[in-house]
Structures are given as structure tokens and as C-alpha cells.
Design a protein around this ligand. Structure first.
Ligand code: LER
Ligand code: MN
Length: 296
């Protein structure tokens, strides 16, 4: 089947996005489009995406006016901005045992929140959440620092009309919180306002017993979805069953982005086309359907 032949579905509150990385240190990471923002926007628009999700090397790496103009030219939104450069370039984490490093991590993430808000987007706390145990920190200490950091950053985002997105990561990337329901409970118990969950279907494939049930159970906090198949290729190129996930997203009235944070395999064009085909099948799906996403 040729992915581009899948017809556009009826209007849905869920929207499509594709990732763009300008961070050379993240080379080999799960981003579809690389290095050239102008070219990436053109590719995203050509495939019919609603938005791009940006992974920038610094909060001020792109001029917000120029970025807005580029987005407008291609009728795209900015779905979100990742803060991961704080970790991959500067080794900054919200749970570092050194209070000076925690402060710098807060300031760095805050600058991303401000820049993202200027283009109407939320920032993401993913790898900047860190881990416990390094430098002698306990899990409880690290979770307290994470709660403090998310609370302050969530307030900052809310003051700018945005949510902050907090992303549970799989066990190989963090030892803090890896499951969506545990993450929602953590935010609820600490009464952390202004923070929504980013559920990455790749991490969930590793950590959750039932991805669709987990999505239903965090409906009150769900703000963004990284739309990836089991092998972190485009949805449709692995073995994740899309139908129950689509059914859950419809059932909870999810109205955020389905954003392709996947490897550009076998190449970026195919990853983009397969993602769009799967997004369309998700948007058009009958709730009870048990269909797998159409492979390309
Ligand atoms: C990393 O695995 C990931 O999923 C990113 O979205 C974290 O920022
Ligand atoms: Mn992710």
C-alpha cells in the first residue's frame, strides 16, 4: 500500500506533528527531520502535517519572529519544544545532587518555556528530569527535587498561557518514574499545577501492561503524545496495535498532538508518509476496531 494514498479523515481535534532536530549531539536519536529548519518545514507541510516539534540546541537558537514567519508560510504550528539540549549538551538535570546545577537546569528549562510560549507551544521536560542514585542522592530526595522543579516551571508556563509537558521515560533512560499512571499520581499527590503528561508510545510499549488502559487512566493529565511504534520507527512499521490506542484517545476526548518522535527509517520521507497514514487511520478509526495500522 502507498501511504500517501490514504484519504484525509474528517476533522478531528487531534492533530499531527513531526519532529525536527537541530542538535548535532543528538545525532542518531529519534527525530525524523534534521539540521535544516526551512527544509524540514517544507517537508512537514508537503506531507500534510499540522505542526513541527522542535529539538533545538539552545533556547535562543532560532529567532522567534523568523520561526513564526516560517511556520505561517507553511501553515504549520509549533507543537512543542524539547529541552533535552540541557542534558545532551550541558549535563543539566532537575534532580542533580548539586544545588547549583539544579538551579542552572531550572533557568535553562525556563528559557525554553519562554521561547516556546512565544510561538504558542509548550516545552517538554524529558531527559532533563535526570535520575536518582548518582552523587549519592536517594530516590525520595530526587523525587522531591523533581516535584519542586516541575512546580516552579509549571507556574512559569501557566503564566505564559502554556502547559509544561512532563514525559515519563523508559527504565533505561530514567530510574525515577517510567509509567504514565505513576507519573499522574506523582503530579496529583504533589498538587503540581500547570503540568501535563507527555505519553510516548515507545516508552509505554516497554513499561505499560496495557497502553490503551494507561492512556485512559491519565486522561485528566494527558497533554501530548509521541506517536511511535514499538521499535521507535514510524507508527505502522513495528508491532504496536494502533486500534485500541486510537479507541482510547477518542474515548477520552484527547485533543492534543500525535507527534512522530521516531527514527528516520528506512528514510525520513517514508517515516513521514507512514506516520501520516497512521495518524489518518487513527483519526478515522471506528472505536471498536481491532485493526493494526496499515504498513507502508
Ligand atoms: C527520549 O527518549 C524521549 O522520548 C524524548 O522525548 C525526551 O525528551
Ligand atoms: Mn519522547
Amino acid at each position: 500500500m502507498i501511504c500517501s494514498m490514504v484519504p484525509a479523515p474528517p476533522a478531528s481535534p487531534m492533530r499531527s506533528a513531526i519532529t525536527v532536530s537541530l542538535v548535532s549531539e543528538a545525532r542518531g536519536g529519534p527525530f525524523v527531520l534534521w539540521d535544516d529548519l526551512e527544509a524540514a518545514a517544507a517537508v512537514a507541510a508537503r506531507h500534510g502535517f499540522d505542526a513541527i516539534e522542535l529539538f533545538l540546541p539552545a533556547p535562543d537558537a532560532v529567532d522567534p519572529g523568523a520561526l513564526r514567519a516560517l511556520l505561517d508560510r507553511h501553515h504549520l504550528a509549533c507543537a512543542a519544544m524539547g529541552t533535552g539540549a540541557g542534558w545532551v549538551k550541558h549535563r543539566l538535570r532537575l534532580t542533580d545532587p548539586d544545588p547549583t546545577v539544579r538551579r542552572r537546569a531550572q533557568d535553562y528549562a525556563a528559557a525554553f518555556i519562554d521561547r516556546a510560549a512565544e510561538v504558542g507551544a509548550p516545552a517538554i521536560i524529558g531527559s532533563m528530569q535526570g535520575r536518582w542514585g548518582e552523587g549519592g542522592s536517594t530516590r525520595d530526595q530526587a523525587l522531591d527535587w523533581l516535584a519542586d522543579g516541575l512546580r516552579q516551571l509549571g507556574q512559569r508556563a501557566a503564566a505564559r498561557g502554556q502547559a509544561l509537558l512532563y514525559e515519563p521515560l523508559n527504565r533505561y533512560e530514567t530510574n525515577l518514574i517510567s509509567r504514565a499512571e505513576e507519573a499522574a499520581l506523582f503530579l496529583d499527590q504533589h498538587q503540581i499545577a500547570g503540568v501535563q503528561l507527555l505519553c510516548d508510545l515507545f516508552h509505554m510499549n516497554i513499561e505499560e501492561a496495557d497502553i490503551a488502559a494507561a492512556l485512559r487512566n491519565v486522561r485528566h493529565r494527558l497533554g501530548h503524545v509521541h506517536f511511535a511504534d514499538s521499535n521507535r520507527r514510524a507508527m505502522g512499521l513495528g508491532h504496536t496495535a494502533l486500534a485500541p490506542i486510537a479507541e482510547a484517545l477518542h474515548a477520552i476526548g484527547y485533543h492534543g498532538f500525535l507527534s512522530a518522535e521516531v527514527h528516520p527509517l528506512p528514510d525520513a520521507e517514508t517515516a513521514a508518509a507512514c506516520t501520516m497514514a497512521s495518524v489518518r487511520s487513527c483519526l478515522a478509526s471506528a472505536p471498536a476496531s481491532e485493526r493494526k495500522a496499515q504498513p507502508c
